[in-house]
Design a binder for this molecule. Structure first.
Ligand SMILES: Nc1ncnc2c1ncn2[C@@H]1O[C@H](COP(=O)(O)OP(=O)(O)OP(=O)(O)O)[C@@H](O)[C@H]1O
Length: 795
């Protein structure tokens, strides 16, 4: 694009070329090498000067005399430059300057992001001055230590503040540096101190527990290799999202050519030529990624340390699984005998010993009907006189028949062993869960993101809470707080309290609520609705970004292809955990069921996953709609076959042996697992370890939900009243009885909503205060009086 411009005056301008500060790649490499070698040269000069300065002192400044030789390794250059920087400057701290110059060279050479380099210079110069000032205390003994600058600053401070004042200033500056630059806080120091103590103790107590080395995720196939921390430490590489979009207009450099006319008096014409526009092959996002690196969501807590494996205990008291030959032989003989009694011949039998059960795989003689063996389940169990016999006929994919017989001495599977297993450590999953061990002693790891929701049931005391803790622990061990947030619902109020300590790291809550862990039904309803809003918002973001799921969205966001100014932000996974679902359904019914079903149907793509546990797997708790949307299920031992069918769609859970023995299904086969065991003190240690670290200012905030249930306090706020307020008032005035259950019946409201309306009626002066078991007094005698009262309010 060439643009012509006619000059209107005779005045000629000198041709001008605008300076373009952007360096080409080659220029950067040349400049980088120059600065690197300059830095190294300075370094050698300074080192050499420290030893030779006295010998060379007399010839400082004599640069014109070529004959003159100095002792410095870099001769006159070295002597003079070092004299300037060390003697007249900052003393031996000038070595930092040499280092900074060399580092700048490296940054230019490899074309790294310059923001980081600026930080290095800023802090480097401050540190240099600080050391120079510090050495100022000893300047009288050795003037080379502090240089003139350090000596003068120190002297000046001492003149005004005295020695002690100066020391205080120095200490203060040191603390500022440690806190701001190295982000060392008292909590971290305490946590580090505690950890060191623990490590020393564990070193003494457990031989063979090799002290884990920091920093890497080992890929080797050593099953119980202690890898601490279990995830790479986060390295600060890129800038915050808000800084991401930089819109720069690049004006191409201009070249002007003046055409001089031969004819006297003619106007000179200036033709402005625009230089060839640079072709930008990389788009803005590539450039941003090049300059700042990929967006790193963990940057806000870049010093976050993943919990270490030594926080988990080894519960396998009896050592690894031992094979009791006698028990095996006995069981085998009984199985063969029992089957023979029913005329079922066996071609071969094989045993696999698991932590809690042993699987006997039988190949029956040709022509034996499988259903025959299945029908003999109870008889076989009787003759083996053991609880929990489960017959799998046939074992899918193997063509054999399995009989699971509980071991006499079951072994506990420690969470420690599942977390440390390579299967979990190397799991390339979005949300890996180390649930426990299979019958063949393999660690069983599944991806919650693929489930995508999990239903868990089991009679009381069979290991549900431990199972939930194992799930939460797995995620905490694998995920950074920026990547996953939990919404915890705990109507029993005691099971999940420990996770309070990691509220500002891992929990999400409604705005304006104090506790993140939800124990109250009203709040559950609000939170579920708020999650639905979050889901809708996320779908809008996904639509805008033209991606299909959260994974693609986050990848695109990390590659800086989505502009934060358009509302885009990194989306953490949100995991809703409900510890006692039956309780919720009983108190809030449809108010809970509807949003849960909606979330379960739609939330999988946008990273909201539900884990719902219940003691009572009856059909009115786990309704058809809930079941249909929870393909992944875990059943601990239940009391009846009916319960087992409700949860698993087949029997089997009633034959489990308890204490973490469980069946897992993701829609097809049932897998028998021994749940990993994590004790409450271990969870306490983990949450304490995380809680002691730097956290976000608040828990992750969910969108505000202002629903029909708004207005739960006693403020007489007309705008926040329930939609059914007037109708409710009329019902109570007619009946002259202030009871919530009356409203529930007459207006078909949920318990909570009716309760809230009663509160609002009390605030409006329509019903009296709570009177224990008696119904509240209705303070308005007639419908006319009521409408008068309400109309007056609106004026
Ligand atoms: N995986 C396991 N391995 C070994 N023991 C276990 C395991 N899970 C649970 N137990 C044992 O069973 C006890 C009860 O477990 P848990 O508290 O998880 O039961 P629960 O089903 O949550 O009961 P509730 O519904 O009453 O809270 C534990 O204290 C523990 O001793």
């Amino acid at each position: 694009m060439a643009k012509k411009k006619t000059a209107t005056s005779k005045k000629t301008k000198t041709p001008r070329k605008e300076i373009n500060f952007t360096l080409t790649k080659q220029q950067k490499i040349v400049l980088g090498s120059f600065l690197f070698f300059l830095g190294i040269a300075l370094f050698f000069s300074f080192i050499s000067y420290i030893f030779t300065w006295q010998a060379d002192h007399s010839i400082i400044g004599e640069v014109n005399n070529r004959e003159l030789k100095t002792e410095n390794w870099l001769n006159k250059f070295g002597t003079n430059v070092s004299h300037f920087f060390i003697y007249k400057g900052v003393g031996i701290s000038a070595l930092i300057f040499a280092f900074l110059v060399a580092l700048t060279g490296v940054y230019f050479f490899f074309d790294y992001a310059k923001k980081q380099l600026q930080k290095f210079w800023f802090w480097g110069i401050l540190v240099m001055l600080w050391f120079s000032m510090l050495f100022g205390f000893f300047a009288e003994k050795n003037s080379l230590l502090s240089g003139i600058i350090g000596f003068e600053i120190n002297d000046l401070l001492q003149d005004y503040l005295g020695l002690i004042g100066t020391i205080f200033v120095m200490l203060f500056l040191l603390i500022v540096y440690l806190v701001i630059r190295l982000k060392i806080t008292p909590e971290l120091v305490i946590a580090a101190f505690k950890r060191t103590k623990k490590e020393v103790i564990s070193d003494f107590s457990s031989e063979g527990n090799a002290k884990p080395s920091e920093g890497s995720k080992t890929k080797e196939a050593d099953p119980i290799s202690e890898q601490v921390p279990l995830k790479n430490e986060v390295v600060e590489v890129s800038e915050k999202p808000s800084e991401a979009p930089i819109k720069k207009e690049i004006t191409p450099p201009l070249e002007k050519i003046i055409l001089k006319s031969d004819v006297e008096g003619d106007l000179a014409m200036e033709v402005e030529q625009v230089a060839e526009e640079e072709v930008v092959t990389e788009n803005l996002s590539d450039k941003l990624v090049k300059d700042f690196g990929e967006f790193d969501p963990t940057l806000d807590l870049s010093n976050y340390k993943f919990p270490t494996i030594d926080l988990l205990k080894d519960h396998t008291t009896g050592g690894s699984i031992t094979i009791d030959q006698e028990e095996l032989e006995e069981n085998k003989n009984r199985i063969v005998e029992t089957l023979n009694n029913y005329k079922i011949g066996i071609a071969s039998i094989k045993a696999t010993v698991g932590p809690t059960v042993t699987l006997y795989e039988i190949v029956p003689d040709a022509g034996v009907r499988i259903s025959k063996i299945k029908n003999l389940e109870d008889d076989i169990a009787l003759s083996l006189s053991a609880l929990g016999i489960r017959i799998i006929a046939p074992i899918p994919g193997r063509g054999t028949i399995g009989i699971e017989v509980p071991n006499k001495n079951p072994k506990t599977v420690s969470m420690r062993s599942t977390i440390a297993s390579p299967k979990f450590q190397n799991a390339e999953m979005e949300l890996p869960l180390a649930l426990g061990k299979t019958i063949s002693n393999e660690t069983f790891v599944v991806d919650l993101a693929k489930m995508p929701h999990l239903l868990m049931a089991g009679a009381t005391g069979q290991g549900k809470s431990v199972g939930l803790n194992a799930i939460l622990t797995s995620l905490i061990y694998k995920k950074h707080p920026a990547e996953v947030k939990f919404v915890l619902v705990d109507p029993k109020k005691v099971e999940l309290t420990l996770f309070n300590k990691i509220e500002r790291h891992f929990l999400a809550k409604l705005p304006d609520t104090e506790e993140a862990i939800i124990t109250d039904t009203t709040k559950v309803v609000h939170t579920l609705n708020s999650l639905c809003i979050e889901m809708d918002n996320r779908y809008d973001l996904l639509k805008d970004a033209m991606v299909r799921n959260i994974k693609e969205y986050n990848t695109k966001f990390k590659a800086r292809k989505l502009n934060p100014n358009d509302g885009h932000h990194f989306l953490p996974y949100i995991i809703l955990v409900v510890d006692e679902f039956a309780d919720l359904i009983m108190t809030a019914g449809k108010e809970v069921e509807t949003p849960i079903a909606r979330l379960a149907q739609l939330a999988r793509a946008i990273g909201i996953h539900l884990i719902i546990a219940t003691q009572r797997p009856s059909v009115n708790v786990i309704t058809g709609i809930i079941k249909a949307n929870f393909p992944a299920r875990i059943a601990f031992r239940v009391t009846s076959k009916i319960d087992s069918r409700t949860i698993l769609d087949s029997s089997g859970a009633d034959q489990l042996i308890g204490r973490g023995d469980m069946l897992y299904t993701q829609g097809n086969d049932l897998i028998r697992l021994q749940c990993a065991f994590v004790d409450t003190p271990e969870v306490a240690d983990i949450t304490e370890f995380i809680g002691a670290q730097k956290a976000y200012p608040d828990a992750h905030l969910l969108p505000e939900y202002v629903g029909e249930e708004a207005g739960t306090n006693l403020d007489n706020n007309i705008d926040e009243r329930d939609k059914m307020f007037r109708e409710a008032a009329e019902v109570l005035v007619i009946a002259q009885q202030g009871s919530a259950s009356l409203l529930q019946r007459k207006l078909k409201l949920g318990y909570n909503r009716a309760g809230r309306i009663i509160d609002q009626l009390e605030a409006a002066g329509i019903v009296g205060p709570f009177e224990g078991s008696k119904a509240r007094l209705v303070l308005v005698p007639t419908l006319e009086a009521l409408s008068q009262l309400l109309d007056n309010e609106n004026k």
